[in-house]
Design a protein around this ligand. Sequence first.
Ligand SMILES: *Cc1c(COP(=O)(O)O)cnc(C)c1O
Length: 399
Amino acid sequence: MSERPERRPAREKYLVFGAPTIGEEEIAEVTDSLRSAWLGTGPKVAHFEELIRGYTGAAHAVALHSCTAALHLSMLVAGLKEGDEVITTPMTFCATVNSILHAGATPVLVDCDRDTQLIDPARIEAAVTPRTRAVIPVHLAGRICDMDAILDIAARHNLVVIEDAAHALEGVYRGRKVGNISHLTCFSFYVTKNITTGEGGVVTTNDPDFAARIKMYGLHGLSRDAWKRFSDEGYKHYQVSVPGFKYNMMDLQAAIGVHQFTHVDRWLNRRAEIWRRYAEAYADLPVGLPVPDAADTVHARHLYTLMIDPRDAGVTRDEFMARMHSLGIGTGVHYLAVHLHPYYRDHFGYRPEDFPNATWISERTVSLPLSPGLSDHDVQDVIDAVRYVLHGKRGESCS
Ligand SMILES: *Cc1c(COP(=O)(O)O)cnc(C)c1O
């Protein structure tokens, strides 16, 4: 492997972390929606749902405004209520846990595995009480959780499994496509995700009752197909069945998604290629790299993360990020664990040592650019910058 680059690598243009890849097709389709004057939920949303249904193999897909909305409504239709407990991981985005609170239930965090960074099934089992109703595994970075173990625990304790698959649209677990494994699966199409609709989310399920109720709850609680009420079939009266939410996806969003979707597998292959180049280029550096994929799974390659321990690397994670920034490369942190944020710390009395693995990861993790739109030149720039910063001796200023 090459030595530390001699010269300070310099980029002309800042490499933004998580930039979406938007083509002329998306632009034309959004323009078409604007010209057709059908902006809200309509035929393009139905088409996008059909694409996700076909891709995942799930019987139903319901498009919503976000993955957060998808998680919230999944918990509502699963019948969660005040006092019910939902087990999840602290190593996730805050939305996973916020949505448990929105549903009126109580989050119960259990620590993740330090190597895979995924929720630890043995700790789920140990945390089950008579009040536990659901478990939310999070396929962090695109790595798929140990679903057989989780489904087994859920079956024995009669729990609903709601997957947070915001990072894992392309994931496969032992021959089963993510979206067609458990009771409810929530995907995100936020700007930085593997494909985007700007803001957007989808729930997939094989339960027709869950699907129908999510659709209803997502649009004010109106009766079926209420979105057609202003269509060319003439005015239709609608009925309010429950006080629902305003979570429906717009055709303007789906217009982006239907074209993003055509790239899904090619973009996964491109991210996998960048991943392999990173793995090779950093193998000799004093940092932790992602562990190998579990057998018989497809990793969705959403995030490539390094673990920076200042005792080995000579820089803290935050110094590493600052130096990458000064070299023109944006990085991210996924995540500062939920229990370290003030609301959760103060409200639930969590201490960092309650979830030692999640705390350990929070202090060290940094995500490198992995967009499919990166050129080979961009990838080499990231590699040169990482090697330049990490081969710097302790205390030596690289920036
Ligand atoms: C992005 C993300 C969400 C929230 O998705 P939105 O579509 O922005 O609501 C939830 N969980 C995880 C793990 C995420 O990364």
